[in-house]
Design a protein around this ligand. Structure first.
Ligand SMILES: Nc1nc2c(c(=O)[nH]1)N[C@@H](CN(C=O)c1ccc(C(=O)N[C@@H](CCC(=O)O)C(=O)O)cc1)CN2
Ligand SMILES: NCC(=O)N[C@@H]1O[C@H](COP(=O)([O-])[O-])[C@@H](O)[C@H]1O
Length: 238
């Protein structure tokens, strides 16, 4: 399955008919009443920029008894995640910043492409771009990120390297709601990973990713079936 450009997709995309009402991941104080037909899986769009092993974990889970399907992979660059999507038969669209006049135009195109898949949840899984206000407003409380550190420690694009450089003995992963800050959104789940004395950035990151792949699948399943209650900095999956 070829990787479509956002322009090609814009020409070809046919907005899907509204799905059955689904579990809505609300950023409110009341957990959603799940009126979605349990037989209709929720729709997840994954954003990625790299090797795509987290995307692969979600795609693999979705082939089994899983309450969500992966509606599409969206990338910002040529990356291994795209080949994974093609092998899995999952639609893939690349929205490249350099194809647009500025960041806002890129963010607008990204928002349109992702919205065309009518996601119940958007997962950034190694997506190395900061999502802008238009994107965040389009999917309020529905964007989830996996970060390879125990936030608020080591935010940003180089968390594993920064943790090693600092000399921490324990790091880990954080799954959080994405907000307008960078890695500042309410925390949904965390798990610690011990730093070995002989760890390199690569060896440590691989061990963190092994935890992320399991935790992300668990959290996505919980979110689409039970929703989330966001109250200030607290995010609770009931
Ligand atoms: N509005 C938000 N967008 C995103 C968040 C977030 O918390 N809020 N998380 C990121 C993922 N991420 C950490 O988990 C992250 C990714 C990238 C960067 C960063 O500084 N990117 C640079 C460019 C990097 C590059 O292109 O090589 C940039 O975008 O200018 C920081 C944190 C997903 N989006
Ligand atoms: N700050 C964002 C960030 O560093 N995200 C990290 O990119 C990796 C993607 O792995 P993958 O490409 O193998 O799925 C994951 O470790 C994820 O936490």
């Amino acid at each position: 399955m070829p990787v479509a450009s956002s322009d090609e997709l814009a020409r070809s995309v046919i907005r899907r008919s509204a799905l059955n009402s689904h579990t809505d991941v609300r950023s409110t104080h009341s957990a959603p009443v799940d009126s979605r037909d349990p037989e209709t899986p929720s729709r997840v769009v994954v954003l990625a920029s790299g090797s795509g092993t987290l995307f692969q974990a979600l795609a693999d889970a979705a082939t089994g008894d899983f309450p969500a399907c992966i509606a599409a992979l969206v990338t910002d660059r040529d990356c291994e995640a795209e080949a994974r999507a093609q092998r899995a038969g999952i639609e893939c669209v690349r929205v490249t910043p350099r194809s647009y006049s500025d960041r806002a135009a890129w963010n607008h195109a990204l928002t349109s492409v992702v919205d065309s898949y009518r996601p119940d949840l958007v997962v950034t899984a190694g997506f190395m771009r900061i999502l802008g206000p238009e994107f965040l407003a389009a999917f309020p409380g529905k964007i989830v990120n996996s970060h390879p550190a125990l936030l608020p420690a080591f935010p940003g694009a180089h968390a594993v390297r920064d943790a090693l450089s600092y000399g921490v003995r324990v790091t880990g992963t954080t799954i959080h709601i994405v907000d307008e800050g960078v890695d500042t959104g309410p925390v949904l789940a965390q798990e610690a990973v011990t730093v070995g004395t002989d760890d390199s950035e690569s060896s440590l990151h691989e061990r963190i990713k092994a935890v992320e792949r399991r935790l992300l699948v668990e959290v996505v399943a919980a979110l689409v079936t039970r929703g989330v209650i966001i109250d200030g900095r607290k995010a609770l999956i009931p």
